[in-house]
Design a protein around this ligand. Structure first.
Ligand code: AMP
Ligand code: TRP
Length: 327
């Protein structure tokens, strides 16, 4: 069985975009792969974090994973910072990665321009991600388009280190980009992706939003003056986004959604989208409350740490020995 590994950063509240674009895929893949799912808290601190807020976000994300259907019996679920071998391996891999390769990463270029002052961790972030992946001999890494370049870097590192020491130290990972995964856009500005960090929260649906808020946000979503429910992202980005949301959550194709609402007006269509989102999120919210207040999360993490540290330690020791870090 192929091994799959992926994680999200515990930064801010999880959006409908994260659910449709990432978490739902994880739930699907757990049936097919030996699946490792983690909370990338060490990646979160590459940007300034408030400690109390970060702690809260870590637990929230774990409860969201479980509430969305990530099953503790089908996945190894863990917290990145608890497994110290990731960062240890990362240090060694940093010493085997040319500086120029990291300054060329698109995400580094974007984020370093956005912040006046930024940490060195922002530069070495993709090497830590490579460690997360390579330490478990991961075959498949489900990620969004924006992280594809980082998986490429992990492959380059694996290949270079294997060649340098003339040994199969690391397995070559492949990025797994869902073929029918949809990019969900902001409801107010449908030319931009729906994102945790958007300034106007009215354009973003968070998984834990109240039914009332979901309804309000969708009813006020930006549309156009054309009146037809047709998928045309260039000319009708707002309506196309709502069609995408409906299609993703109903498992109807885009053209089936168009057909279903061909005689509806925008108001009726929006109301149907809102009800579908509410119905989808209701059981998630209920389960979230249950997990949030239980010790289940701690049991799951203890087990995750136990399982992952054994595997990770072996890989770490192997590279350590190979590099001559030994007495
Ligand atoms: P982020 O919240 O940007 O850290 O993204 C974490 C994961 O969620 C990535 O795999 C993204 O591809 C996915 N994701 C985030 N926002 C969206 C969105 N608006 N539509 C689809 N997928 C998304
Ligand atoms: N960098 C990823 C993100 O921001 C999170 C992440 C960290 C990750 N390590 C990973 C994803 C390893 C997949 C595999 O979304």
């Amino acid at each position: 069985m192929k091994r799959m590994l992926t994680g999200l950063q515990p930064t801010g509240e999880i959006t409908l975009g994260n659910y449709i674009g990432a978490i739902r895929q994880m739930v699907e893949y757990q049936e097919k792969y030996d699946s490792f799912i983690f909370v990338a808290d060490m990646h979160a601190i590459t940007i300034e974090q408030d400690p109390a807020e970060l702690k809260k976000n870590i637990r929230n994300l774990l409860a969201i994973y479980l509430a969305c259907g990530i099953d503790k019996d089908k996945n190894t679920i863990f917290l990145q910072s608890e497994n110290v071998y990731h960062a240890n391996l990362s240090w060694m891999l940093e010493c085997l990665t040319p500086y120029g390769e990291l300054t060329r990463m698109t995400q580094f270029k974007d984020k370093s321009q956005k912040h006046k002052s930024f940490s060195s961790g922002l530069l070495t972030y993709p090497v830590l991600m490579a460690s997360d992946i390579l330490i478990y001999d991961t075959d498949l890494v489900p990620v969004g388009q924006d992280q594809k370049q980082h998986v490429e870097l992990a492959r380059n590192i694996a290949d270079r280190v294997n060649k340098k020491y003339n040994k199969e130290l690391f397995t070559m990972p492949d990025a797994l980009i869902g073929t029918n995964s949809k990019k969900i856009m902001d409801l107010i500005d449908p030319t931009h992706k729906m994102s945790k960090s958007s300034e106007n929260k009215n354009g973003v649906i968070f998984l834990l939003d109240s039914d009332e808020d979901i309804r309000k946000k969708i009813m006020r979503a930006t549309t156009d003056s054309d009146m037809s429910i047709k998928f045309d992202p260039d000319n009708k980005p707002g309506i196309s986004n709502l069609i995408n949301i409906y299609s993703a959550l109903s498992n109807l194709s885009v053209s089936e959604v168009e057909e279903k609402f061909k005689d509806s007006n925008y108001g009726t269509f929006k109301a149907s989208v809102a009800e579908l989102v509410i119905d989808t999120l209701r059981p998630i919210k209920e389960k979230y409350e249950m997990y949030q207040n239980s010790s289940k999360i701690d049991e799951i993490l203890d087990n995750g740490l136990n399982v992952t540290s054994k595997i990770a330690r072996e890989k770490y020791e192997l590279l350590k020995q190979t590099m001559g870090l030994t007495r």
